[in-house]
Design a binder for this molecule. Structure first.
Ligand SMILES: Nc1ncnc2c1ncn2[C@@H]1O[C@H](COP(=O)(O)OP(=O)(O)OP(=O)(O)O)[C@@H](O)[C@H]1O
Ligand SMILES: [Mg+2]
Length: 492
């Protein structure tokens, strides 16, 4: 023990290490001070692993190569484990003859003579240990050096604990700042889950490029919302964003919609008509349900992407267009390629940037936020003074698997708001368990299912047609028409 005035040394050390705010340099300093004080040959510090709180990992080491840290930990396990288990420091003058290690193979193998190990304890919690040894000399460490090391370890443990806390808060702070800035950039896209934050970051990164984007995700996960966000965060925002639903149109109609046609190109083409590619010039064209387009149109689409030009149906004139393409599908487009339904070369052209929308059941933590958002929106729309959800209602929202994702959540809350009489949305208003069992739909025609849905909703709203139309997302006129068709009521 070389320290002439251990008290003065401790004071200097504790002042120094308490001023350090970065864990790596702090741990290095702690290691060096300890090694120097007791003149150790090798040493390492173990701390609780942040990922596996039940295990310890070496965070800094001296005269032991990084690769050997794990093996040293293993070979010195007899010593380290004793300290970690008992929480008591340990010193041995000659480990080879120390009967505490008589059956410890590691001490023998390593030929370790002097060993010293002190636990790092803060607020009665063991957070780690400082281990040092000397392989050649016996009697290197004595009780006095152990006493010093113990006092030092007490100071060091507090400093380490503080720095870890500061770093944890700093990284949490950074994460929150990033989340706030992303949420501010995309106020219409609600969600703090990592899954949705990743999507927001990606939108931010690629919005301003001209690369095509393929958005994949189940129905109702927000694909169109993201496509719009991409457009409105790009320099194309002052031009048009045109969505087209490819799934519902016949091949010929889709072709003339996209590329336009020349007068007389086919029966019904009574005038020259510009296609959406022309209309969306300098803007964004959003091809929804892109998996459904025919091979013929796939080929034409490939041409537009490769050449940047289009030809109206029945025309020979070629026109240059500058359009950014965003596509969406709720199928796995690659599977469609494998099944031979979708051109592989087009797939690669459309999938330059890929955004996968997470289903709502994989981000349950976003449900309360989304639910509150829709509650506000529909309360305003329906002029209702609703304060929130009862505890049970919120539990049900979080428990439900949401096969229809956010759209289903949105519709559920809209319906609940319309039906609500009190100031809170109660669980029964959500009607999550009363939804029609799927089995009863099997074997029915779409017409029958439509009628069931309409009649059930009429029942639920006390035969209020305006509300029924709102809930089903149809116009009141359309509803009247259906009811008249079935001879239900006399139309009000
Ligand atoms: N993160 C979100 N925050 C707020 N509203 C959202 C969010 N995601 C989706 N929505 C809303 O949910 C509804 C469905 O979203 P959208 O139409 O974009 O889904 P989609 O994936 O295109 O569905 P589909 O596959 O059925 O076409 C929309 O009203 C949209 O505004
Ligand atoms: Mg959509």
């Amino acid at each position: 023990m070389k320290i002439s005035d251990p008290y003065q040394a401790l004071l200097t050390i504790s002042t120094e290490i308490n001023a350090m705010h970065e864990s790596e340099s702090l741990l290095n300093r702690v290691m060096d001070i300890a090694m120097e004080a007791v003149n150790a040959e090798r040493g390492f510090i173990l701390l609780k692993s942040p990922k596996h709180p039940d295990s310890f990992e070496a965070v800094t080491a001296r005269n032991i190569s990084k690769e050997n840290i794990t093996s040293i930990q293993e070979v010195s396990s007899s010593v380290v484990n004793k300290v970690l288990e008992s929480g008591e420091p340990l010193v041995t003058v000659d480990a080879q003859t120390d009967e505490r290690f008589s059956d410890a193979e590691s001490v023998m193998i390593q030929n370790i003579r002097s060993v010293m190990c002190t636990p790092l304890i803060v607020k009665d919690q063991l957070i780690g240990a400082i281990y040092m040894d000397n392989r050649l000399e016996t009697g290197q460490f004595d009780e006095e050096s152990l006493k010093f090391l113990q006092a030092f370890a007490t100071q060091a443990a507090i400093a380490i604990d503080n720095v870890q806390l500061i770093e944890k808060m700093q990284s949490e702070n950074q994460r929150l700042k990033k989340q706030i800035s992303l949420s501010e950039a995309f106020p219409e896209i609600i969600g703090t889950s990592q899954a949705i934050q990743k999507v927001l970051q990606l939108i931010k990164d690629v919005a301003d490029s001209t690369a095509t984007v393929l958005i994949e995700g189940e129905s109702g996960t927000g694909k169109e919302l993201v496509a719009r966000a991409l457009h409105y965060h790009s320099s194309r925002r002052d031009h048009l964003f045109i969505p087209i639903f490819c799934g519902s149109l016949s091949e010929n109609l889709l072709e003339s919609e996209l590329f336009g046609h020349r007068k007389g190109a086919f029966t019904g083409a009574i005038e020259n008509k510009a296609g959406l590619f022309e209309e969306a010039h300098q803007g964004t064209l959003f091809l929804d349900e892109v998996a459904d387009i025919s091979k013929n149109i796939q080929t034409k689409l490939l041409r537009v992407i490769q050449e940047g030009e289009i030809k109206r149906v029945g025309d020979t004139k070629i026109q240059k267009v500058d359009v950014r393409l965003i596509c969406a599908t709720n199928k796995d487009l690659w599977k469609e390629v494998e099944a031979g339904n979708f051109r592989e070369d087009l797939y690669y052209r459309l999938n330059v940037i890929n955004i996968k929308m997470p289903p709502l059941r994989e981000r349950v933590e976003d449900i309360p936020l989304l639910a509150d958002h829709f509650l506000k929106k529909f309360s305003i729309q329906n002029k209702k003074q609703l304060k929130g959800f009862t505890k049970e209602a919120m539990e049900e929202l979080k428990k439900y698997p949401w096969p229809g994702n956010i759209r289903e959540l949105e519709n559920t809350i809209e319906r609940a708001v319309i039906l609500a009489r009190g100031t809170y949305i109660t669980a029964d208003l959500l009607q999550l368990n009363r939804s029609l069992p799927e089995i009863s739909l099997v074997g029915k025609s779409l017409k029958e299912i439509e009628k069931m849905a309409i009649m059930k909703t009429l029942e639920a709203t006390g035969y209020n047609r305006t509300r029924t139309a709102q809930i089903l997302g149809v116009s009141r006129r359309w509803l009247q028409y259906r009811l008249k068709e079935w001879g239900v009521g006399d139309g009000d």
